[in-house]
Write a protein that binds this ligand. Sequence first.
Ligand code: PMP
Ligand code: GLN
Length: 380
Amino acid sequence: LNRRLQGLGTTIFAEMSALATATGSINLGQGFPDTDGPREIAEAAARAVLTGQGNQYPPGPGIPELRQAVAEHQLRFHGLGHDPDTEVLVTAGATEAIAAALLALLEPGDEVIALEPFYDSYAACIAMAGAVRVPLTLRAPAFRPDLDELRSLITPRTRLLLLNTPHNPTGTVLTPEELAGIAALAVEHDLLVVADEVYEHLVFSGVHHPIAALPGMRERTVSISSAGKTFSFTGWKVGWVTASAPLVAAVRTAKQYLTYVSAGPFQYAVAEALRLPDEYFAAFRADLLRKRDLLADGLDAAGFQVFRPEGTYFITTDITPLGEKDGLEFCRSLPARCGVVAIPNVVFYDNTDAGRSLVRFTFCKRDDVLTEAVARLRRL
Ligand code: PMP
Ligand code: GLN
């Protein structure tokens, strides 16, 4: 293993899902739904396979139907217009979009400011690009970015801001004011922004605001999303990038040599999914909101300090009231103690002190599963 990747080891999601399987525990760790997305969309994928749509290499930038559907979706929900031919790129999930964007846009030694706790692939991709990550820590209990702190972190080497809103794992949704402050700094210091917006449809009050819509941001922002979260098909790995033509061309150059293409038949199905009526998106959000409160109330009753999220399908908790200090130890012993798996937030921090006692639970599970998990946690 080269020096850049030293210390990255096995992702926490693989470790904890393996532990869930080995112990037969309820897995509230890795964020994947236990109920698949809409039947008609699954049927569209099956139909695509059986009728020979996408069974051979699809076009490099993604099938035209899907690029068109992504552009329509960006316009319908965010008022952002994109040319499907030059300003949209289909990727192997948001994960590849993040990797390709960072590999395409960073020079070795560039500094990347990322909201901390950060999704684990950010650290790995910044490292693979030979760049340096600089955390902007979101601190309990509010988990808001401090814009003065952000300003102080910017140096002549800063090249890019890596944002994630709605934010995994804290559930923070950046406000229009916060985004405007961040955008102003990006413009002032001529920084690129990579905005990971995979939870764009999981905002529980108000709506998601894309930073690309702010003045001066369109030409410097790479926006990323994915069908995995919005349509509950995480295994399909269909993601996309929307950005200006030069930025999309840059990301496409890297993407060509990572996977070239992926998920041919699923691209046809996702094109249909993106055109589902508004009611689908509203019902998805309402369902997850109900589950959020089911799990948050249960965790609260079980003695956790609960930070009720504004978005995503994760709840961050503090285990200190349970007499516990170390989230990693807690999560490694939890399956044996009570048959539940969770994720220790500390692995997403450089400033580990800020995350030591924080533990994340997902609520994208059936109600009976959440209820049983809470019953087990209450016996701790
Ligand atoms: N970004 C964030 C913040 C995530 O939580 C995830 C996990 N699903 C991803 C990116 C990766 O998305 P995908 O599965 O589409 O690669
Ligand atoms: N995004 C999912 C989570 O945060 C996990 C995806 C993965 O396992 N890479 O739980």
